[in-house]
Design a protein around this ligand. Sequence first.
Ligand SMILES: C[S@@+](CC[C@H](N)C(=O)[O-])C[C@H]1O[C@@H](n2cnc3c(N)ncnc32)[C@H](O)[C@@H]1O
Length: 363
Amino acid sequence: MAALVQQEDKLAMSSDELLEAQLELYHHGLAFVKSLALKAAIDLGIPDAIHSRGGGGATLSELVADIGIHPTKLPNLRRLMRVLTTSGVFSVSGSGDAACYKLTRVSRLLVSGGLSPMVVGFLYPQYVAALSDMREWFTDERATAMSLFEVANGRTLWELAASDPTTGTALQAAMDADSRFTVKNLLTDCGASVLSAVRGPLVDVGGGHGATAAAVASAFPHLKCSVLDLPHVVASAPAHEGDIRRRRYVEYIPPADVVLLKWILHDWKDEDCVKILRRCKEAIPSRDAGGKVIIIDAVVGSASSSQGIISKETEVLFDVYIMNIDGIEREDHEWKKIFVEAGFTDYKITPTKGLRQIIELYP
Ligand SMILES: C[S@@+](CC[C@H](N)C(=O)[O-])C[C@H]1O[C@@H](n2cnc3c(N)ncnc32)[C@H](O)[C@@H]1O
């Protein structure tokens, strides 16, 4: 009893502290509004509208005219932009009617051809619906063998993407956008050494429509690249990406010097990752003969990704986001355990400034 009273005393706070705590609590509770304001800006085409005005930026009335917003909504647009400038998505200079909005390095990535499909994908209704109610999944006996996504939507994300073209298209658009951006900045710039010495064929497992393989092939023309993915994904791939060979992957990975797994293993539980990696190992030659698996995924808490609150928070947010489909964002020691179990002898992590690192895995 005495210990309990002591504990309560320690928690006693002044009114100021309580008000600050309430503010902090509401700040957390309202964090989703930031995401939704960002999506609204994309849906309205605000990044493109500012971009098309050139370096001078755009005032609210210019945005209203360019985007086709009803003039009565101008004050509401100002409120939306206030959230987005406060969070650094856009910048603003001047005030009142002269306030001028510009792109920041963040919103530059949302201009057409950039990462908007990925941000829209984060907020995909079925995905958000599953995350909105985790109680049943955490507590119900019947939900133990199911992913959060399955509990909410009655089927897995991959089943939904296969049967519902809208979901399939949105998923691929998100992945294509991420791949184009990531490969350019990750593999062909900071991680160029990872691919420049590769001579033999490369197979991108779970490579979607082939955006990653196409970007790799264009940066390293000597590499013969092929893509494996599920039949409906291969069938819906556009035909314009050079001579990238697309194959349906279900059980077998064809022989290659390098197997690429970009943003694949974080979708799967440890035991599934071990199975996938064993298949990859069967497909590649020895290390001396140039065999390796390249994994592009987060390494939670890795030296470069643990810089600052943004990277720390994004890593753990992504982990819960991917928990939706039974995926996991892993720390170095968790990766190591999987690699050892799959029979690999060594690995090397090349750190990057972004969310994901490059892992080279050797047989
Ligand atoms: C998160 S996406 C990553 C796509 C791509 N690697 C990228 O980063 O843009 C996962 C991919 O794995 C594919 N996939 C899911 N299950 C698969 C399976 N059993 N065999 C092959 N591909 C599969 C999906 O169709 C999807 O294209």
